[in-house]
Design a binder for this molecule. Structure first.
Ligand code: ATP
Length: 514
């Protein structure tokens, strides 16, 4: 019998982003939003398979957090409950959280090209000999802008003849010497301006300052706003968590890299309320848990790194000086570097204290064992992007394999794969479609099954490889006589014959063991 090992070691060749984006459109994972109107920058729609993939990741997170939370250091299961809060909340909540005053990015505009940049995403090449223009280049240079600009404005000097600085580190007095990306003249960049990332809207019939509200820029605040209600209505005791999955909106200056940075996206966040003395321990606990979880859904451990935020990156709430640890993934557009997938933040008692002050509602926790002991809990927050997670899973699964007609396959773990198996009659006649439909009806209660009847079989296999279906089940002429089918394994392309009566048990076992 052929070797049926499913976990063929993954090719480490990094796929091209263009190919991933094209596959997503061609097979129905992700489309540009309002595609027929030319799209809308920073907005994306999930197609039939992308929705299944996203829902699978979402459900696995919910299960790992809320349904079967991890076992804690004391050997007992942790307590985590879920909420689903409004996207629009009382605007005072966003004043208290610091988002109205501080949720902004420094931006610069180019007067010549009318392009807008995040100042902290531009680098400046400064000639060491002081001669000639200072050349601004994007930090994540996807299209080789830097080399082109150097050739055009570098006066024949190589990169070694320049010092490199981030734009925010350059004095605005020196802006007159800078030539912006794509510009032809020097001195066209404006000074950085703070730009608030929250989308505004109005509640009710009149549009005035009084009716102004915001689309939430994170799901976390909806949890803090419900902390008191959850505490009063459920039986949770410190330490415990509240989890939420949902949409968040940020009017990002430069949405880019497909769904990596979009203006509407989904987050999976959990606020872990604990005593301040234990917060550092829990931050470590959750960092390890979360990295293992990404591995459990198919992300290679060595494609991720943990990065502790530097002092200059500390968030407004990180008052204890213990900041965020990011779990970063090696995306095709960051390689050989890494980009943030999830942050595990130590929010201290910042949010609850702020909401207590602004709302006048007490946020103290009273220890039920000792009524004298009142404190505002500290919070450790594993905050992941669901849509960024979808992108990560797509990038990780994309496996180049020139030996097959599709040239690649999606190596999804079955748990995230949109379809677990496809039933394919060899030809659309002679009773084969009927038997295929019967098998489909029998399996579909147990797993997501695709039934694909027409087209040549090679093309149908190629399609299933592209959408990452672990198993193809082919019904042929013999199936009608001997009640057997052929199973084709996605990763190895090995085929074997199996009795239809054993099919369900076989698939359940193989999918679990993948
Ligand atoms: P960045 O520094 O990249 O702007 P952040 O550190 O502000 O992101 P958080 O506020 O910690 O991000 O959000 C938690 C998670 O939400 C991020 O790790 C990321 O996965 C996701 N996320 C944040 N902004 C976006 C976005 N614009 N598009 C898609 N996902 C996002």
């Amino acid at each position: 019998m052929t070797n049926l090992a499913e976990n063929k070691s993954q090719e480490t060749t990094i796929p091209d982003m263009k190919d991933i984006v094209a596959l997503c459109k061609r097979r129905g994972f992700i489309f540009p939003a309002s595609d027929i109107y030319g799209g809308l920058n920073g907005f994306w729609d999930y197609g039939p398979l992308g929705t299944e993939l996203k829902n699978n990741i979402r459900d696995l997170w919910w299960k790992a957090m809320v349904v079967t939370p991890p076992i804690g250091p004391d050997g007992e299961p942790l307590q985590i409950v879920g909420v689903d809060s409004s996207i629009i909340q009382n605007p005072k909540a966003w004043v208290a959280s610091g988002h109205v005053g501080g949720f902004s990015d420094p931006m610069v505009d180019c007067r010549e090209t009318k392009k807008r940049y995040r100042a902290d995403h531009l680098d400046v090449l400064i000639p060491k000999d002081g001669e000639g223009a200072w050349i601004a280049v994007p930090q994540d240079d996807e299209t080789g802008v830097e080399a082109k600009r150097l050739k055009k404005f570098g006066k024949g000097r190589s990169i070694g003849a320049f010092d490199r600085k981030e734009l925010p580190d350059v004095s605005t007095n020196d802006y007159a010497k800078i030539i912006a990306p794509d510009a032809s003249e020097v001195g066209t960049l404006t000074e950085p301006k703070e730009f608030n990332l929250m989308f505004e809207t109005y509640v009710g019939a009149t549009q005035s300052e009084d009716s102004k509200a915001y689309l939430r820029p994170e799901t976390a605040q909806g949890i803090f706003l419900n902390y008191k209600n959850v505490l009063d209505s459920s039986r949770v005791k410190i330490p415990f968590g509240i989890a939420q999955i949902g949409k968040a909106f940020r009017n990002e200056v430069n949405p880019r890299n497909f769904v990596f940075r979009s203006r509407e996206f989904e987050q999976m966040e959990m606020e872990w309320f604990c005593h301040g003395n234990e917060a550092a321990m829990w931050r470590e606990f959750w960092t390890n848990e979360r990295k293992s979880w990404w591995e459990s859904i198919g992300i290679r451990g060595d494609a991720m790194i943990l990065r502790e935020h530097g002092k200059d990156e500390l968030s407004h709430y990180a008052k204890a000086g213990v900041g965020t640890i990011d779990i970063e993934y090696q995306f095709p557009f960051t390689a050989p570097g890494f980009g943030e997938l999830e942050g595990i933040a130590h929010r201290c008692d910042y949010d609850l204290t702020q909401h207590q002050e602004h709302s006048g509602t007490k946020m103290e926790y009273i220890d039920p064992m000792d009524n004298q002991n009142r404190f505002i809990p500290h919070v450790i927050e594993p905050a992941a992007g669901l849509t960024r997670g979808v992108l990560t899973v797509l990038c990780e699964a994309y496996t180049i394999d020139e030996s097959r007609p599709s040239g690649m396959y999606m190596n999804f773990k079955p748990a995230v794969a949109p379809k677990k198996a496809a039933i394919l009659p060899l030809v659309a006649k002679d009773g084969m479609p009927e038997l295929a439909t019967k098998i489909y009806m029998d399996l579909r209660e147990d797993m997501a099954i695709d039934l694909d009847i027409k087209q040549n079989i090679g093309k149908r296999y190629a399609r299933q490889d592209e959408i990452g279906t672990p198993f193809c089940i082919t019904v042929d002429g013999d199936s009608l006589n001997d009640n057997t089918v052929t199973i084709r394994h996605r990763n190895t392309m090995a085929q074997e014959r199996i009795a239809i009566d054993n099919l369900k048990a076989y698939l359940i076992e193989k999918l679990a063991a993948f």
